[in-house]
Design a protein around this ligand. Sequence first.
Ligand code: NIG
Ligand code: FE
Length: 407
Amino acid sequence: MTANTSRSTVLTGIGTLVTNDPTVGEGPLGLIRDAAVVFDGGVVAWVGRADSAPAGDVGHDLDGRAVLPGFVESHSHLVFGGERAEEFAARMAGQPYAAGGIRNTIEATRNATDEQLQANTRRLLDESLRSGSTTVECKTGYGQTVAHELRSTRIAASLTDEVTLLAAHVPPPEYAGRADDYVAMVCSEMIDACAPQAKWIDVFCETGAFDRDQAHAVLTAGMAKGLIPRVHGNQLREGPGVQLAVELGAASVDHVCYTTQADIDALAQSSTVATLLPGADFSTRNKYPDARALLDAGVTVALGADCNPGTSYTTSLPFCIAIAVRDMHMTPDEAIWAATAGGARALQRADVGVLRPGARADALALDAPSYLHLAYRPGVPLVSDVWRGGELAWSAHTGHEKARALR
Ligand code: NIG
Ligand code: FE
C-alpha cells in the first residue's frame, strides 16, 4: 500500500458555498453559509461549516467570498481556424444567421496548420478556465473530411476527455447538393476512423444542415461504434431534433429555441438534458428558448456557452448565466445549477458539478459574497480563483500581483 503523500488544502472563510448537494445544505444548491471545504488527493475530502472544519496542510482564507463547483461547459466548438467578425457585423446590420457561414470556418480550418489549431484550442480552453469552467466538452465539425475530422478529434483529445465528433455539421462544399452521399461517407469511413478518439457523436439537425433521417443515420452509426449521442436541434425553427434526441436516448439536445408542447412533454418524460445556449441566441438575435416552460415541465436544463466563431464567440458561462436570468426568466439558483450540475448531467458525469466528498476538487471563488452576483453584476469578471483537481489553476489575485510587478 502506498502512503498518501498529497497535501490537503482547506478553504476557509467562505461567505456562501454552493455544493449542489441538497443533503448537506439549504435548497437545491445545497447552500452552506460561513463554510469551509477541504481538498485532498484531487478530490473533495470534506465540506461543512467553517467552525467545525478539520485542519489542512495548506490554508486559504477567502474572507467572505463565495465558492461554487467549477462550471461544467457541455457544449463548445474550439477546434477551428480563422474568425467571422465580418459576418457578425453584417448580422447586426440585419443579415439573418444561416448554417452556411459554417463553410467559411471549414475552409479556414482546413487551411490551418496542426500547430495553429492546437494553439487556438488551448487559448480558448485557458480563456474558459479564467471564467470558471473546469470541465469543457469540445466538438470537432469544422473539418468535414476524414483526415480533417481525425486531426480535430486528436487535438481535442489531447486537451480534454469530453470529445465530441460533430461528424455532420453542414455538408461541405465538395458534397454540395449531395448530403446523402456525405452522410454515407460519415457513417462508414469517418466514424470508423474517429470514434476511438471520441466519447460523443453529434449532428446539426436543422434546415440547411441535415434532416431527420440523415441525422438518425449519423447518430446510430456513431452509437454502433460506442459513441453516445447528442444533438444540435430546434435552433432556428421547429423541427425533428428534439424528438430524435429523445427517441435515441441522447445525453442532450442543444439549443432548443423553437419547441412545440409535444417536444417539451417528450423531454420531460426522458433522461435527455435540454442544453440552452443563450450566447448563440444573443449573437444571432435569435429567439431565446422557453426556459420557464422547460423547467416548469420538469425537464433537466443545462447552460452552455457554445463557444464557436460563428454564433457565439464567448467562453463565458457567467455571461450566459446573466442572460438566462435577465432574459430567459430562470432564477439565479436555476441558472447556477444549470451551468454546474446541469452541465454534468449533460455529460453524464457524477464526479463534477458538485462539491461533496469524493467528487473532483474543481471549484471557483468569486470576488463577491454570493453566487447571486454572477447575474447581478453582468460583464464583471468576478471569478477570482479556480481550482482543478485540488490545485489552484488560475487566480486573478496572482495576475494582479504580476501586473503590479511589471510597473
Ligand atoms: O452551435 N448550430 C450549429 N453549430 C454552431 C454554429 C457553428 C457556426 O456558425 O460556426 C452552434 O451555434
Ligand atoms: Fe453548437
